[in-house]
Design a protein around this ligand. Structure first.
Ligand SMILES: C[S@@+](CC[C@H](N)C(=O)[O-])C[C@H]1O[C@@H](n2cnc3c(N)ncnc32)[C@H](O)[C@@H]1O
Length: 214
C-alpha cells in the first residue's frame, strides 16, 4: 500500500477542508477570467472545491490516486456517478464533474482535452522535490495556450518537518513555472496553527500565485 492509500485508510487527511478554499473563492475571478469551458484539478482528493467550481463552469475534471477518496467524494456530496475504464485509470462521472482515479502521471491530455484554467491546491506540495519538475512538465501539457493556473504553496523550514506537505518556496515556483509565463504573487498568509506547531514548525506561510501567459 502506498503512503497515500494508508493516509486515506487511516483518516490522516488533515489537508481536507470542511469548506471551499477561501483563496479559491477570493481569486476565482482571476482564474476564470477567460470563462473557461472546463477547469482541471490535479491531485484533487475529495475537495469541496470541485462542486463549487462546477457551479461556475461547464465541467470540472479532477484526478486522484486513491479510490477511497473518490468514492467518499461522491458519497458525501450525495452525487451518483457512472464508472468506466479510462486507459490505466478509472473514470467516475457525474454530470459536470469527472474524476479520473489513478496516477496523474498516467493520465494524458488526449483523455481530458486541454484546459484554460488549472487549480493546484495541496498538489505540488504533496510531491517531493525530485517529482516536482516532472509534475510541472506534465501539468503544463494539460494547459491550453493562454491558460491560467492558480497555485497555492506552503513555505516553512524543511528541516523542521519531513513532508508531505513539503515546503515549495517562491524561488522554486518561479524556476519551475516561469518558462511558461508570468507569475504573480497574489497573497501571502501566516497559517501556523497547533497542528503544525506540534509537528515542530516555528513558522508556516501559504502563498497564492497566478500563472498567466507572458
Ligand atoms: C495533500 S492532498 C490534497 C487534496 C486536494 N487537492 C485538497 O485540496 O484537499 C494530495 C492528494 O493527492 C493524491 N495523490 C498523491 N499522488 C498522486 C498521484 N501521483 N496521482 C494522483 N493523485 C495523487 C493523494 O491521494 C491526496 O489525496
Amino acid at each position: 500500500m502506498n503512503q497515500w492509500e494508508s493516509r486515506w485508510q487511516e483518516g490522516r487527511i488533515g489537508f481536507h477542508l470542511p469548506q471551499v478554499n477561501s483563496y479559491l473563492k477570493r481569486y476565482a475571478d482571476k482564474l476564470l477570467a477567460q470563462v473557461p469551458e472546463s477547469v482541471f484539478v490535479p491531485l484533487c482528493g475529495k475537495t469541496l472545491d470541485l462542486p463549487w467550481l462546477a457551479g461556475k463552469t461547464k465541467k470540472v475534471v479532477g484526478v486522484e490516486l486513491v479510490s477511497q477518496a473518490v468514492e467518499e467524494f461522491f458519497e458525501e456530496n450525495k452525487l451518483n456517478y457512472s464508472l468506466q475504464p479510462a486507459g490505466q485509470l478509472q473514470l467516475y462521472s457525474h454530470e459536470s464533474i469527472d474524476i479520473f482515479q489513478g496516477d496523474f502521471f498516467e493520465l494524458m491530455p488526449e483523455q481530458t482535452g486541454h484546459f484554460e484554467a488549472i487549480y493546484d491546491r495541496g498538489s505540488i506540495v504533496a510531491l517531493d522535490q525530485p517529482e516536482r519538475q516532472k509534475y510541472v512538465e506534465h501539468l503544463l501539457s494539460f494547459l491550453s495556450p493562454g491558460g491560467r493556473i492558480l497555485i497555492i504553496t506552503l513555505e516553512y523550514e524543511q528541516n523542521q518537518m519531513s513532508g508531505p506537505p513539503y515546503c515549495v518556496p517562491a524561488e522554486e515556483i518561479e524556476l519551475l513555472f516561469s518558462r511558461y509565463g508570468r507569475l504573480e504573487l497574489l497573497e501571502t498568509c501566516d497559517v501556523l496553527d497547533d497542528r503544525f506547531r506540534n509537528k515542530g514548525l516555528g513558522a508556516l506561510q501559504e502563498k497564492v500565485f497566478q500563472l498567466a501567459e507572458k
